[in-house]
Ligand binder design. Structure first.
Ligand SMILES: [Zn+2]
Length: 305
């Protein structure tokens, strides 16, 4: 379901529901292959609560381990969650299977707020032990599988260079200092906040009445400027892999991030649990080239040999 609203993540790490859904009719049409966090705000709040409950019940030991860690010793903590535990919760199962990436992002937000009282180590949710029905061959993946959870047993052919991408852009209002984080996608045009600074907009609306002139709206919108300090860059890397079984030599690109960057070498046999992605063809000649290639964004990786 795509209801055409853009989420905003507020700097404090908490999510203010009043800011989550704003009409995006005044900003440019976003790329049609973007997915949005769906559902009414109550459903989002429920998802966050269900993650919190799962972590509290099943992962006490992880929080105990986190208490004695600092980011200078270990910057990232892999938070392994069993697929069966997610599946046992009806809401999480539905959300994770239908909107895997968004649901994992929401889990990471919950982990961020739960662990912040103990440590500055960043937790990254790694769902493991995908059921066998998720196992697919590289050669059988098609565009229609986009957004699906899959598990691939593959051999690494090549490891690309270490890259980074702007995962969360911080925008600051030049007039009042209000700050907003805007999540970004890999290899896409950077997204701006879905409207002007809400503090300045409310001020203008209460001074001038409900409908402010469009020119003023645009001017307020331009006040939101990208702030490099405080924006979050994530390490990523592309792996080219082929099916470990079968005779198809056609490779597929895997996007790995954080602790999986520089963790693999050609010849490794790994099981990748991830989400099917589609991406513009690299080095395309036309800005709006409609061709796409399939990729898999790794949510977790298990060593097979
Ligand atoms: Zn402002």
């Amino acid at each position: 379901m795509n209801i055409g609203f853009e989420p905003l993540w507020i700097l404090s790490g908490k999510i203010h529901l009043s800011n989550l859904y704003k009409p995006s009719n005044l900003i440019g049409v976003s790329m049609s292959d973007e997915r949005h966090i769906p559902g009414p705000p109550s459903e989002l709040a429920d998802t966050l609560n269900h993650w919190r409950q799962l972590f509290q019940i099943e992962h006490k030991h992880d929080f105990e381990a986190l208490k004695v860690l600092t980011s200078s010793e270990q910057p990232i903590f892999s938070f392994y969650v069993d697929f069966a535990d997610i599946d046992a919760d009806d809401l999480l199962s539905l959300r994770f299977n239908e909107y895997p990436e968004e649901t994992v992002q929401q889990a990471n937000e919950v982990l961020r707020s739960m662990s912040s009282e103990y440590t500055d180590v960043r937790c990254v949710l790694r769902p493991l032990n995908f059921p066998d029905q998720k196992i697919k061959n590289v050669s059988e993946l098609r565009m229609r599988n986009r957004g699906e959870l899959v598990s691939l047993v593959v051999k690494v052919n090549d490891v690309g260079p270490r890259l980074g991408y702007l995962k969360r852009a911080l925008y600051t209002c030049m007039a009042c200092g209000h700050r907003v984080e805007v999540p970004q996608r890999i290899a896409r045009e950077r997204k701006r906040p879905s409207g002007p600074c809400k503090v300045c907009l409310e001020d203008a609306e209460s001074a001038l009445g409900e409908q402010i002139p469009y020119t003023l709206y645009r001017r307020l919108d331009m006040l939101m400027q990208l702030t490099a300090e405080g924006s979050f860059y994530q390490d990523i890397q592309y792996l080219n892999v082929v099916d470990v079984q079968g005779n198809s030599e056609q490779p597929i690109q895997i996007i790995v991030d954080d602790e999986y960057v520089d963790a693999h070498k050609p010849g490794d046999i790994i099981r990748i649990n991830g989400v099917v992605y589609i991406d513009p063809i690299p080095e395309r000649n036309f800005i709006k080239d409609t061709r796409r290639v399939l990729q898999v964004r790794a949510l977790s990786i298990e060593q097979v040999s």
